[in-house]
Design a protein around this ligand. Structure first.
Ligand code: NAD
Length: 247
């Protein structure tokens, strides 16, 4: 266990690789996991957002380092994970959180946009997970949380590309859970409903009541619970919805 002296984390429960760490759910998850005693490898594209997340972790006495990386640069990911393990130590977990949405009727959606959504939300998850698995196995097990969505179990008009990517991610994540179970690697598919994050900033600002959405901190709280379950237990899937009627 991490020892907390005067609020500072003095030992680590191991390293968690967290993508999409530069804001939203990623930042809240970084702070919550750091508070629980994990060391964070903060992976993201936006340097200023990453620096803010790093500052937020350090402000609570947590340990983290930022790694600027687009997760769709697949050939870079092997070196990324190697450098994380070399700099920070034993990798015990992965949160595949990076993701984005583009909304359009499918009939009109440019195929390049469709493929970009699939690349970030689906293919990149597999690419990074493939690189992290050997480290978890070497450790004797670990936890992988895949940030899917309610859009991975229900469809919504205009959100076809996003839904296709998240339905795909649910299938990928369930299959990984089956394939990795015997290695002590516990895979959780997390499907939140609407969360009030920058993801919504460019999407019809008038159309959504953000005050009724989940907070990123609530999602982060569940991620910490997943990571701190006894090693004999796994939360395979969770749908976390706003209680107040938002999607
Ligand atoms: P966000 O836009 O605040 O965060 C997404 C993060 O992913 C950003 O930090 C962004 O820089 C990063 N990212 C995007 N493309 C990337 C790439 N190619 N390489 C590296 N990083 C990249 O949004 P959020 O709501 O915090 O989203 C986090 C995850 O939660 C996403 O997977 C999203 O689909 C999922 N989710 C969000 C909601 C919601 O309502 N906000 C609901 C369910 C699931």
């Amino acid at each position: 266990m991490a020892l907390k002296l005067g609020g500072r984390v003095t030992d680590s429960l191991g390293v968690v690789v967290l993508t999409g760490a530069s804001g939203g759910i990623g930042r809240a998850t970084a702070v919550a996991l750091a508070r629980a005693g994990f060391t964070l490898a903060l992976v993201g594209r936006a340097p200023s957002g990453l620096a803010q997340t790093l500052g937020a972790v350090q402000a609570i006495g947590g340990k983290a380092e930022a790694f600027e990386q687009d997760v769709t640069d697949y050939p870079e990911l092997e070196g990324l994970v190697h450098s994380i393990a070399t700099r920070l130590g034993t990798v015990v977990g992965l949160v595949n959180n990076a993701g984005f949405a583009m909304v359009s009727p499918l009939e009109q959606m440019p195929l390049a946009d469709f493929e970009r959504v699939l690349a970030v939300n689906l293919t990149a998850v597999l690419a990074l997970t493939q690189q992290v698995i050997p480290y978890l196995r070497a450790h004797g097990g670990g936890v992988i949380v895949n940030m899917a969505s309610i859009a991975g179990v229900r469809t919504f008009p205009q959100w076809g590309a996003y839904c296709a990517s998240k339905f795909g991610l649910v299938a990928l994540s369930r299959t990984l859970a089956q394939e990795l179970r015997l290695d002590g690697i516990r895979v959780t598919t997390l499907c939140p409903g609407a969360v009030d994050t920058p993801l919504w900033n460019d999407l019809d600002p008038a159309g959504y009541d953000r005050s009724r959405m989940l907070s990123p901190e609530t999602v982060a709280q569940l991620v910490v619970q997943i990571f701190t379950l006894p090693a004999q237990a796994v939360l395979e899937e969770a749908i976390l919805m706003p209680a107040g009627g938002a999607l």
